[in-house]
Ligand binder design. Structure first.
Ligand code: ZN
Length: 111
């Protein structure tokens, strides 16, 4: 049974701040996300903004394969603990992303 306030990184310590039990766990969590994010960045940007090339090179499939590899690492090295924040938590920190989504959706509906 998952503890409500378990550390996101180690899953054992009790979080002091709602997420992590120590500075080391916070650092380990963020460093892994930085490394994985950097690996994904160029491929995702090509997928989004250079679609012809990305399609030829099957970039989106590569992105999905990379995510599956990350998940496999989580299973083997983190006892399966999730290594990403809830999307609602990420979006709550970035309200400007929700307003853009709403504007685009309204634009399409209005057209
Ligand atoms: Zn911890």
């Amino acid at each position: 049974m998952a503890r409500v306030h378990a550390c996101l990184e180690c899953g054992e310590g009790t979080s002091r701040d709602g997420e992590f039990c120590s500075d080391k766990c916070r650092s380990d969590w963020n460093n892994r996300r930085k490394q994985r994010g950097a690996e994904l960045y160029d491929l995702y940007m090509a997928h989004r903004f250079d679609r012809a090339t990305a399609k030829d090179l099957r970039v989106f499939q590569a992105i999905n394969r990379m995510a599956s590899n990350f998940r496999q690492e989580d299973r083997s090295e983190r006892a399966g603990r999730q290594s990403w924040r809830r999307p609602s938590a990420v979006l709550d920190e970035r309200p400007y992303l929700r307003s853009v989504t709403t504007r685009v959706r309204m634009g399409r509906m209005g057209g």
